[in-house]
Each structure stands twice: as C-alpha cells, then as structure tokens.
Design a protein around this ligand. Structure first.
Ligand SMILES: Cc1ncc(COP(=O)(O)O)c(C=O)c1O
Length: 406
C-alpha cells in the first residue's frame, strides 16, 4: 500500500509554487479585457512593450532565414555569428570585451534571468532586490529556492540604491544583487557617477551583480547610459549582464535575450538551457543578428517618439494636485506617487491602496494602469507611454478628471 505521505505527493503541486506570488495585476487586466469585450472604450496604459512594429529590415532577415531553411536546432548557446555580434556591440558601445564563450543567447531576457538564478543560487541564499522592482525578479528567485531581500529605495533619491543602503541589506547569506538600469517600473537610470561607488562597493563584497540593462537604448535627453560592467575589471568579473532585443527593437514576440558574464556562470546557464528550452528559435536569432548588427535608425525614431510622449505625460501627471513623479531617464513608464489620495472615498468605498486606485481609474476613468504593489511600492501606480499620443492625451484628461472628483 502507498503510504499517505506519498499519496499526498502525487496530487499536490510543488511547495516552491506557493512561494511564487500570484500576479496581483491579473485580475485587473482580466477586468480591463472584459470591459473592452463589452464595447467599453478602455485606454490601456498598462502595456510593457513598445507599440511600434518590428523594423522591416529585421523582418526581412527572418524571412530570409526561413527561405534558406535555417529552421533547425542551432548551437544550444546561440548561433556563433550572433554571439560574436553581441560581443562586438558590447565592445563598440561600452568598451567591454567578452569572448563568445562568455555570452549565451536564450528565449528572452526573462529566460536568461531564470537560468541565471538556477545557476548561482543554493537554497536559502539571498538576493538583494531594490524596490520598486520588476515583477518577475522575486518569482524567479523563489523558483530557484533563493530568498529575495527587498531593499526599498527612496523617491527623493530618484529610486536609486545608494552604497550605504546596499551595505545595510548585505548579510552573510547574500549571493547576488540585482540592478535594473534603466528601471521598469520607475524609469530610473544611474549615471556613471551614480554607479561608480555603488559598483565598487558591490564588487568588493564578492557577490554577483546581476545587471538587467534591457532598456539601455531607451534613454532620454542628454543622459548617457553606462553599462556597469564597464566600470573596471573587478566589477566586470562579478557581473552578469542581461539584455535582449525585445525593448530596443520592438521585438517582444521574437523571444531573444542574452547574457554576458564569467565563463563558469554562463556555462552553468548553458547546462540548464540545454535541458530545458534548448536554443532560442533559429529564425528569431537571425532576426536578432540583423537588429544588433544592422542599421540603428529605427531605434532613434522610436526614441524620439517616446521622448515626446514622456515629456507630455510627465507634465500632465505633475499637474494633478498632490501627485509627485520622478522624471524618468529611461524605459517607457512613469511611476507617480498617488498616496495622497489614499483614504479618500468614491461612492462610499475608500481608496486604500494602489490596487484600489487602479480599480478606481479603470471603473471611473476607463484607463488601465498597473498598481504599484506589483512592484513592491504601494504608494505608486505605473503608467506606460507605449501607446499613441492621441490616446495618452485622452487618458491623461480622464485620469485628471477622475482624481479631481475625489
Ligand atoms: C526589466 C525587465 N527585464 C527583463 C524583461 C524581459 O524581457 P524579454 O522579453 O527579453 O524576456 C522585461 C520585460 O518586461 C523587463 O521589463
């Protein structure tokens, strides 16, 4: 007879799943979808991807790959030509040298991060995670049986982690720290000066620096992006860069991300990948090769449009009474503080937190936003400006009207 504990094991999902938070945004997103299906004109400011088409020259490269029957398995870590193109770009853009054995291509940056957590974390080891953070980091750490140590950053400091804050969060169990530069959801980006002392402090601790730089190309005005790995050999040897083509080239559906870092770590990630997804799609790799190696004019055009929208939206958000908003230097999100409205009532219901605020804006303004608690910062909501200027204008008018009624 099978013992009771074994019977239990056969019909329950793994314990680690309970450590992965259910997406707090799913219910709101589902409601927004249902409203649209009913014919209600909802403006969606919750999007996490560029609204532009993938540039034609990139699509052509993919079509060529199909016509030339480049449709089979590739090397597990990616086509050598693509890995070389990534190495060349890192050298040309940031002055950092990587051998192709130090680079892996995966089905999206998300997949790189997942493999990386699996490659470096033993059970219970800690990862310092500055908040506001991108939603998938805590889940990925938990899935690798690691432990996320949330380090709240301050709005007054532009949401940048300081060396002192980092030191205070460090324990003997710290294995890594995540720095998402520029950041989703805040748009915060670290200048070279901001980064230098922080990077040296982190490297001195001998832990891994996980640097998610997927928004590196989307920075505004005269801000100059600096890759953390460019801050000297000591920093580089502790750093794993995470990047990809999703955001810069409007290629979210193609699923190509990459990581660059120490050979042993990349090798461990490759081992996981070889038994899970295997190589990223061959056709997408050829498209990514064209994106990375080909003309970069489309990125500049997209950036100019994003900048116009950012400037407009920021002005409108800041003109709403009692709302503050840090000027984002990168990505395509605003992260306004709406907590002055918490405690106010609408139709007899109190708006107590970011979830309630998001529901209020969806029901009354017919605008979908993401509540800040999804990013570990409940005083805020995230607005994406990855939609047309026309829609942004209308959405901001509706949000301002709705909030003035509170
Ligand atoms: C900060 C950050 N990192 C990584 C990703 C994942 O990108 P990919 O499409 O390459 O998996 C996203 C996508 O939303 C992101 O915002």
């Amino acid at each position: 007879m099978v013992p009771e504990s074994a019977q239990q094991a056969t019909r329950t999902v793994a314990d680690r799943i309970s450590r992965v938070p259910a997406s707090p945004t799913l219910k709101i997103a589902a409601k927004a979808k249902a409203m649209v299906a009913e014919g209600i004109d909802v403006i969606d400011l919750s999007v996490g991807e560029p609204d532009f088409a993938t540039p034609d020259h990139i699509k052509e490269a993919a079509k060529r790959a199909i016509d030339e029957n480049f449709t089979k398995y590739t090397a597990n870590t990616g086509v050598p030509e693509l890995r070389q193109a990534i190495a060349n770009r890192l050298r040309d853009d940031h002055g950092i040298d990587y051998a192709i054995e130090e680079i892996i291509v995966s089905p999206g940056a998300k997949s790189c991060l997942y493999n990386l957590c699996g490659a470096i974390l033993n059970a219970g080891e800690e990862v310092i995670l500055p908040a506001p953070y991108w939603v998938s980091y805590p889940a990925q750490i938990a899935l690798a049986n690691g432990s996320a140590v949330i380090l709240p950053t301050r709005e007054e400091n532009g949401f940048r982690m300081t060396p002192d804050e980092f030191r205070a969060a460090r324990t003997h169990r710290t294995k890594a720290v995540i720095i998402n530069n520029p950041s989703n959801p805040t748009g915060t980006a670290y200048s070279r000066e901001d980064l230098q002392e922080l990077a040296e402090t982190m490297a001195e601790e001998g832990i891994f620096i996980i640097a998610d730089e997927i928004y590196e190309k989307l920075v505004y005005g005269d801000f100059q992006f600096t890759s953390i790995a460019a801050l000297g050999p000591k920093v580089k040897e502790r750093t794993i860069l995470i990047n990809g083509v999703s955001k810069a080239y409007s290629m979210t559906g193609w699923r190509i991300g990459y990581a660059a870092g120490p050979r042993d770590v990349i090798g461990a990630m490759a081992r996981i990948q070889s038994h899970s997804t295997s190589n990223a799609a061959s056709i997408s790799q050829m498209a990514a090769l064209e994106a990375i190696r080909g003309p970069q004019g489309d990125v500049q055009q997209m950036l100019a449009e994003f900048q116009k929208r950012r400037d407009f939206m920021l002005r409108k958000v800041r003109s709403i009474p009692a709302v503050s908003c840090v000027e984002p230097r990168g990505a395509f999100y605003l992260f306004p503080n709406v907590s002055a409205y918490y405690g106010k009532e609408h139709d007899g219901t109190q708006i107590r937190d970011s979830q309630a605020m998001a529901y209020f804006l969806l029901n009354i303004a017919k605008v979908a936003v993401v509540p800040g608690d999804a990013f570990g910062a409940d005083d805020f909501i995230r607005l994406s400006y990855s939609t047309s200027m026309e829609k942004i204008e209308e959405a901001m008018r509706r949000i301002a009207d709705a909030m003035s009624s509170l």
